[in-house]
Design a protein. Structure first.
Length: 123
């Protein structure tokens, strides 16, 4: 079983991801904006972390940097972006420690393919 943490404000996005990934042997934890307290001992248990770039109350890059600093390069981090995201957003994300990006509205088979490929490299 693969453990995934999703940090997102939009409940429709988190619900869609949770339903799809849970159906293929992923254990999903959702962290909504009201619960940004991230315990380091819990972060290390995840095989993959997804962070929404549109978080309302905290900067996604700050979260990404915090996680990278805390656990190093042991877990892939995906940033969820809008389809109209700029090159600047991608550069900031990579500099903050993101492994890859997924556009919201993504084909679900793309998520599974990227997850599987990256998680196999990290595990």
């Amino acid at each position: 079983m693969t453990n995934v943490l999703i940090i997102v404000d939009d409940t429709s996005v988190s619900s869609s991801l949770q339903k799809g990934l849970a159906g293929v042997d992923f254990t999903i934890d959702i962290l909504h904006s009201s619960k940004y307290e991230i315990a380091l001992d819990r972060i290390k248990q995840y095989d993959c972390i997804m962070i929404d770039c549109g978080l309302a109350f905290i900067n996604c890059y700050a979260i990404c940097k915090f996680i990278r600093h805390a656990i190093g390069d042991i877990t892939p981090i995906f940033l969820l972006t809008s389809s109209s995201s700029s090159t600047e957003l991608f550069i900031k994300g990579i500099e903050a420690g993101a492994t890859d990006f997924l556009s919201i509205g993504f084909p679900f088979n793309e998520i599974l393919t990227r997850f599987t490929a990256l998680i196999q490299k990290y595990i």
